[in-house]
Design a protein. Structure first.
Length: 141
């Protein structure tokens, strides 16, 4: 089942999954940000943070999916085990190298119940903090 779940995640990133994040996320999904201290609980907050991250990685252009050819965001490794996926990614934002992992946990229905992001190096964390703050403020207007 994890293979199909990941196929759906990649389809979503390309903008090809009907229903998008609404289809992928469980209502009680929890998002763990590398920037925010507290877990963000619920589908709406998870969608907000994943949307802001996607827009940040695609240069603020909401029409570009983070995994699209128009964005240099790319997954470089994928490890699948049981209901868990660990996906390493790389990107460049404002000339700075960003490297991290998405750790995704699915429930038995194939919905994401936990999404955790880890980032490196410190320079990337600081840049993403600045960019995500600005993107979240823009999206909430």
């Amino acid at each position: 089942m994890i293979e199909q779940n990941m196929k759906n995640w990649h389809l979503h990133l390309k903008g090809e999954l009907p229903g998008g994040l609404d289809e992928l996320l469980a209502d009680d999904c929890v998002f763990f940000s590398p920037i925010v201290f507290t877990p963000q609980k619920g589908k709406d907050l998870t969608k907000l943070y994943l949307g802001a991250a996607g827009n940040t990685f695609s240069g603020g252009n909401k029409d570009k999916a983070p995994g699209s050819a128009k964005s240099d965001f790319r997954y470089t490794k994928e490890v699948l085990c049981g209901d868990h996926a660990v996906l390493e990614f790389e990107s460049e934002i404002d000339g700075k190298y960003v490297n991290g992992v998405d750790i995704i946990t699915f429930n038995k229905e194939g919905k994401i119940v936990e999404f955790k992001v880890m980032l490196r190096p410190l320079q990337a964390i600081n840049l993403m903090h600045e960019k995500m703050k600005a993107m979240l403020e823009e999206m909430q207007k």
